[in-house]
Design a protein. Structure first.
Length: 240
């Protein structure tokens, strides 16, 4: 069953589907011209009984024509079955919509798995390579104006850089994202703040507490307070 944190990541992409295109451009992917991005069915089963369900499917449209399918996958932990599932996702979506398809995976600050960004050999002359986003290639959004122009990308930036050894940079990114969040509707603001709290407080809870207090924010409910407390406990264990 998907975790709350997993669903928060997908909530970002569903609320602003253009963030997937932004991330692909940042990876130097040449996107086709398009007018809009639509949600597609995440059920990628073929006629066989095996189940293949992606986290999120987006379709880049130019008029009525589908010009690119984007499979968004959020990785919160190690899952070495993915190199076998991702090619099935791509092939089934391509066959269904008769358009080019790519896979975009966010590794969400976990240690970079060996297989994640590799080009996977499916057999003679056939390969599949996912586009993987992590701290090394995620934009570091520190300017408030940039964060306000693309709140979802700013939140992703704060989450991906939460484990950075540069605590000052992580705080600057989180501060920009949190201030930008203050300008959006209350429901999105609460959920996005939850996601930043969960990610950042586990790495540098004392610095996060200072940042939150200086900005006048309070923790949003028992869930966030529990994760914040776990982060403090891990920090004390590391210090001991």
């Amino acid at each position: 069953m998907p975790s709350y944190r997993h669903e928060l990541f997908l909530f970002l992409f569903r609320n602003h589907s253009g963030v997937a295109a932004d991330l692909l451009r940042n990876l130097d992917v040449q996107l086709p011209e398009y007018d809009e991005i639509r949600d597609g069915s995440s059920d990628l089963n073929d006629l066989r009984p095996a189940e293949y369900r992606a986290d999120l499917v987006l379709l880049l449209m130019r008029g009525s024509q589908k010009v690119l399918g984007v499979i968004v996958e959020v990785q919160l932990g190690r899952d070495e079955s993915k190199p076998y599932a991702w090619p099935a996702y791509v092939a089934n979506l391509r066959a269904r919509h008769r358009c080019p398809v790519c896979c975009l995976s966010s590794r969400t600050s976990m240690p970079w798995p060996i297989w994640a960004g590799k080009s996977h050999n499916l057999g003679p002359g056939t390969r599949c390579k996912p586009w993987v986003i992590g701290p090394s290639n995620m934009p570091a959004i520190t300017a408030l104006q940039d964060a306000q122009e693309n709140v979802e990308l700013a939140v992703l930036s704060a989450v991906e850089h939460a484990q950075s050894p540069d605590n000052q940079l992580a705080r600057r990114i989180a501060t920009a994202a949190i201030l930008a969040i203050a300008d959006i509707d209350a429901e999105r603001s609460r959920l996005y703040l939850d996601l930043i709290q969960i990610s950042l407080s586990q790495n540098i809870p004392e610095a996060f507490e200072t940042t939150m207090n200086s900005l006048g924010f309070e923790y949003q409910g028992d869930f966030s307070r529990r994760y914040y407390g776990q982060g403090r406990q891990k920090a004390r264990q590391r210090a001991g």
